[in-house]
Design a protein around this ligand. Structure first.
Ligand code: MN
Length: 512
């Protein structure tokens, strides 16, 4: 029997620290439900004291998700721990995750605390957290750059104070693989009570070693790993859940460990996160990259055709990667679209399904075969078209090489239309300025990207923008056969999201 390794997913906390990524409440709940379906053991839903948004997300996830343990991060500060406990109130199973940095550089330069003060804060905070919650995890931030004797002392104190899980993170992705494992062995050997708690690994990918260090920690006694879908996370990211799950499963005989994750949900979850964040895994990303199961060389192709195992150590169907994708066309029904959407990581229902289906039919009139990429483009658009948002009714743009570009844009909202004309450096800016005049927001464009999503004459152009308004940066997408229309739709999409977010904030304030 393989020993069980707990999967602690931090996509919603560390994953959301991916540059440019922020999730809406609705998206967080959707992600958490997917994690529950996958069979994840612990969901770190946020850092309750860090923002109202995190607090709300933890509390909403606590209500919506019943099987996994729901966790909130907290500093060794009484108010942080109390806030975490409040946010988790409705959870069926809850955990408070207390952390403090223990490395000399973090203690001196960041915390301005002596090692003795850090030790004292550890004990006090773990005890306080235990008053609220039986399940307390304690993290020694920057453990891999911490003096080893001190690490052993703090670990011992945290266990004695009542922590049931001790996490030794490689916060900055600094550790060498065998060195990281050795730290776990030493803790197990030298710290009284270490064999009675769960030791946890939390690795970052700054040197491309996050999966390797996580697996080595498991080999050396860790029984929980902290990870994210697609390896999302600050800087080079966190250890990728799909790599760890498949690493253990593919080499079960070697590691003697397995997780409770249903690998057939991996592809769906990976697509979902790529869709929600706009961060596409690189094509050569292990397990979920577009090329992960492509065979180019003749010898390899020949081998795979004879027997897939010649060059494949995992089966794509084990990951839920759709085989022999059903070609969608003019005659496909709503159900077929919803099915395909689900394989691509979208749960479509109600109004959203209707919007997507209308758009699908329009496209099917113009294109014989609708590819997955077409479907994805439609879905992304449908996701944001619904609700009482501004819709593009009409636009007209004048542009040229020796004139100022001008755009006249008409938007529709709740049955009313609004028309404004504006100038700009180029047709795209002119169009965005006209939209700003209507929305009344003062936005700036943080990034603009355009790509063709399909081949041929009738190719769809997809524009992705990041729009900053005050503190907030939102992703927007637009798809059209006309690139200026795609640009305008993308910008409008981001503006609608900003407005929706502001409205939600106001609602919250009224209720509070
Ligand atoms: Mn981290």
């Amino acid at each position: 029997m393989a020993e069980r390794v707990l999967i602690f997913d931090t996509t919603l906390r560390d994953g959301e620290q991916t540059p440019g990524v922020s999730f809406h409440l609705r998206e967080k709940i959707e992600i958490a439900k997917t994690l529950e379906t996958m069979g994840v053991d612990v969901i770190e839903a946020g850092f309750a004291a860090s923002s109202k948004g995190d607090y709300r997300a933890i509390s909403a996830v606590s209500e919506a998700v019943r099987n996994p343990v729901i966790c909130s991060l907290a500093r060794c500060v009484p108010s942080d721990i109390e806030t975490a406990a409040q946010a988790l109130e409705k959870a069926a199973r809850k955990r408070i995750h207390v952390f403090i940095a223990t490395s000399p550089i973090h203690m001196e330069k960041k915390l301005h605390m002596t090692p003795e003060e850090v030790l004292e804060a550890t004990v006090k905070s773990v005890k306080l957290a235990r008053n609220f919650c039986d399940d307390v995890e304690f993290s020694l931030e920057d453990a891999t750059r911490t003096d080893r004797e001190f690490l052993l002392r703090v670990t011992e104190a945290a266990i004695a104070a009542g922590a049931g899980t001790i996490n030794l993170p490689d916060t900055v992705g600094y550790a060498a693989v065998s060195e990281y494992g050795q730290m776990f062995r030493e803790v197990l050997e030298k710290v009284p009570g270490a064999d009675k708690v769960i030791l946890s690994a939390h690795c970052h990918n700054d040197l491309g070693l996050a999966t390797a260090t996580s697996l080595e920690a498991i080999r050396c006694g860790a029984r929980q790993v902290e990870c994210t879908i697609n390896g999302l996370g600050e800087r080079a990211g966190n250890a990728a859940m799909e790599e760890i799950v498949m690493g253990l499963r593919t080499r079960k005989n070697y590691y003697g460990c397995d997780t409770g994750v249903n690998s057939r949900q991996i592809y769906h979850a990976s697509r979902m996160l790529a869709n929600l964040t706009g961060v596409e895994p690189s094509p050569n990303k292990p397990v979920v990259g577009a090329n992960a199961f492509q065979h180019q060389s003749g010898i390899h192709q020949h081998g795979v055709l004879n027997n897939r195992e010649t060059y494949e150590i995992m089966k794509p169907e084990e990951l839920g990667i759709p085989q022999q994708a059903l070609a969608l066309g003019k005659l496909s029904g709503k159900h077929a679209l919803a099915d395909r959407a689900s394989q691509l990581g979208y749960t479509l229902a109600g109004e959203e399904l209707n919007t997507a289906f209308t758009r699908f039919k329009e496209l099917a009139d113009r294109k014989k075969e609708i590819t997955d990429r077409d479907v994805l483009a439609i879905l992304r658009e449908a996701r944001v078209m619904q609700g009482t948002a501004y819709k593009l009714f009409a636009f007209q743009i004048f542009t040229g090489n020796k004139m100022t570009s001008t755009a006249t844009v008409t938007l529709e909202k709740d049955g009313a239309t609004f028309t404004r004309a504006a100038c700009g450096d180029g047709p795209v800016e002119a169009c965005f300025n006209a939209v700003d005049d209507i929305s009344g927001l003062h936005c700036s464009l943080a990034s603009y990207n355009i790509k063709a999503v399909t081949e041929g004459q009738d190719a769809l152009g997809e524009v992705t923008v990041r729009v900053t308004c005050g503190e907030e940066t939102m992703l927007g997408r637009g798809v059209s056969t006309d690139i200026l229309e795609a640009s305008c739709l993308a910008y409008l999409n981001a503006v609608n999201r900003i407005l929706a977010h502001q409205a939600a904030e106001r609602m919250q304030e009224v209720q509070a």
